[in-house]
Design a protein around this ligand. Structure first.
Ligand code: M6R
Length: 610
């Protein structure tokens, strides 16, 4: 969590850093700060609350400063106060940090024993003082940094400036992401490329253990043992502007509307004619003949994408699939077969989620084959994997995951079909017919998006209810879970998702007129069964809003209202279409309630702490 940004070059840096922080606000947004180095002096501006709160105080900084660092925080050690906001000062330097220093207490005690005074409760200030102390005996900042880093346990990316060194910034990476952007006579860095992609698309992704000295001319790089390293430049493909709101009120709304485009881009990347591009799907490095068990690990919405995948992987590949929350899997000593007989599939939009990453590392140590589905190239999970399928969702900024879910489900499906194709478990006719239908999915998604106006109206009727229930069967039971998660995370309404068949085993006791129930009711082979469950609810005066075919007479008769959703034959594509309905419902209810949709309270986009 937390986002870091920096700039050194020929332009005034304050606005560049401020804009970079705004791009990284998804990583944390409870306090923020900027420090600039100007005429041998470091000047700091920081505030609690949103990044915009910085505007009055950064206006007082020297506007022609050309070297600076910035930070947006998601509190881990200490409340989100101004004192705990970064940057943190220690003698002649000022430092920012993303991550957690696990042994900070003992290091702090050592510094307290030396008489050093602390102004904050953060682990970061400990690092700032350690570097300041080291600089007294090792005046070269890179050498000082190397010595300090050897003592730090945990995950971090950090950067600092020193008042007597006007033309350099010093950075280090261990476990948390850090990427440097190279311009003409100017250099940027950030927790991800969105911080600077509007200025340059030439990026250097630092690896764990790397330390760098950044100047306007570029960077010099060392590994943790002090050996110089070559800089490997990547030309990133996200275009300038792809991380902007593009006229939508919120990133979440823009990202819901991007889903047809995400599906088209995914289809173009992985489908060749009437079959699948096995190399692009990351299949070539996997030895399928060996695999006896498959575990999917993920968190939150990505976990629901994994649960959806279980519904198609088991029948298509004839293998049993265990889908598990990464935070549980990593600590429960799961049974994993050695020599690649177990495959672990990690699903993560960010590729940086700490729990998922820990599962990947653990499984790798145990000799499993590791495959990941991620949206962020060069992310930690991608780098730890034997092979990866890169999603084509583009930057997802809204904390609530929307287009990433669609992309994860679709990528997992295409990957599964690719494996089935490779193993001869699917006929060419079956594959061709799925691909033909896939090519129409963007059109159906456009239709699903057309239901927005209707859902705005429904949201204005339902937004004041304190509790909601979402139900469905088959993959729709997972979309029910995803709908409940979306609603609670952005509207702060209590919501539960249930497999409709489970209602009578307990939750039906909740049913009365005061709890709206959203039933996901596509025309699939579960339809009759789910309809019976809806009848049971209606018999108890429950009010059901059916997400399904608006022309279906039985739905119209039994539901208070039908939320229109186009219908497709393929259950995976149908699950994607149903998802749009629950995303819109959560979004418009949250807007009616006036919550902070893109940055809901207590959350951050990328959960890089356990
Ligand atoms: O980056 P990841 O996909 O690994 O993130 C996993 C979850 O933290 C994420 O999906 C979270 O649940 C979303 N806020 C849900 O909308």
């Amino acid at each position: 969590m937390c986002g870091i940004v920096g700039y050194i070059g020929h332009r005034p840096c304050i606005n560049i850093i401020f804009d970079g922080l705004k791009k990284l606000e998804y990583r944390g947004y409870d306090s923020a700060g900027i420090a600039v180095l100007h005429q041998g002096e470091i000047l700091v501006s920081k505030e609690s609350g949103k990044i915009d709160n910085l505007k009055p105080s950064i206006a007082k900084l020297p506007q022609d400063a050309r070297v600076g660092i910035g930070h947006t925080r998601w509190a881990t050690h200490g409340l989100p106060t101004k004192e705990n906001a970064h940057p943190h000062e220690a003698e002649h330097l000022t430092l920012i940090h993303n991550g957690i220093i696990e042994n900070y207490k003992e290091l702090k005690q050592e510094l307290l024993n030396k008489g050093i005074k602390f102004r904050s409760e953060t682990d970061t200030e400990v690092v700032a003082h350690l570097v300041a102390e080291e600089l007294k005996v090792t005046p070269k900042p890179i050498a000082a940094l190397q010595n300090v880093i050897k003592r730090l346990e945990g995950a971090f990316s950090l950067a600092f400036i020193v008042d007597r060194i006007p033309d350099e910034i010093f950075v280090a990476k261990q476990g948390s992401p850090l990427v440097v952007g190279l311009g003409q006579g100017e250099t940027f860095f950030g927790s991800d490329i969105t911080a600077f992609v509007n200025f340059t698309q030439k990026a250097v992704f630092l690896q764990d253990g790397d330390i760098a000295q950044i100047s306007a001319e570029g960077l010099k790089l060392w590994d943790k043992n002090g050996n110089t390293l070559p800089t490997k430049i990547t030309h990133v493909q996200w275009s300038p502007g792809s991380a902007d709101k593009q006229g939508f009120k919120h990133y979440m709304l823009k990202e819901i509307h991007e889903q047809p485009r995400v599906v088209s881009a995914t289809t173009q990347a992985f489908v060749k004619g009437n079959s699948l591009d096995l190399a692009a799907l990351g299949l070539e490095k996997i030895d399928f003949k060996k695999i006896k068990t498959l575990h999917i690990v993920a968190c939150g919405t990505a976990y629901y994408a994994g649960m959806t995948a279980k519904y198609f992987i088991e029948p298509l590949l004839g293998i049993s699939v265990n889908v598990e929350l990464a935070s549980e899997f990593r600590y429960r000593d799961p049974f994993l077969m050695p020599d690649g007989q177990t495959m672990v599939m990690a699903i993560s939009q960010s590729g940086e989620t700490a729990d998922t990453l820990a599962c990947v590392k653990h499984a790798k140590d145990k000799g499993c084959q590791i495959f990941s589905i991620c949206n962020v190239n060069y992310s930690s999970i991608v780098r730890e994997s034997d092979s990866a399928l890169m999603m084509l969702a583009g930057p997802e900024i809204g904390v609530a995951s929307t287009k990433a879910f669609t992309s994860q489900v679709l990528c997992a499906y295409l990957w599964t079909l690719g494996v089935a194709q490779k193993l001869g478990r699917i006929s060419q006719d079956e594959l061709s017919s799925i691909i033909t239908e896939l090519k129409t999915l963007p059109l159906y998604l456009d239709q699903a998006l057309n239901a927005e106006e209707y859902i705005v109206d429904l949201a204005s009727k339902l937004y004041a209810y304190p509790n909601f229930l979402f139900i469905g069967r088959g993959m729709s039971s997972i979309i029910a879970l995803e709908g409940a998660l979306k609603l609670k995370e952005i509207s702060y309404i209590h919501a539960e998702g249930y497999a409709a068949g489970e209602l009578k085993h307990g939750p039906i006791a909740l049913v009365d007129k005061q709890i709206p129930i959203v039933a996901i009711l596509p025309h699939d082979h579960y339809f009759e069964k789910t309809l019976s469950n809806v009848e049971e609810i209606c018999a108890r005066e429950g009010q059901v809003y059916g997400l399904g075919d608006e022309k279906d007479a039985r739905l119209k008769e039994i539901c208070v209202q039908v939320i229109p959703c186009p219908q497709m034959k393929n259950p995976v594509f149908q699950a994607i279409l149903s998802t749009v309905g629950v995303q819109f419902l959560a979004y418009h209810i949250a807007v009616k309630r006036g919550t902070d949709v893109d940055q809901p309270r207590n959350l951050a986009k990328s959960v890089t702490v356990e």
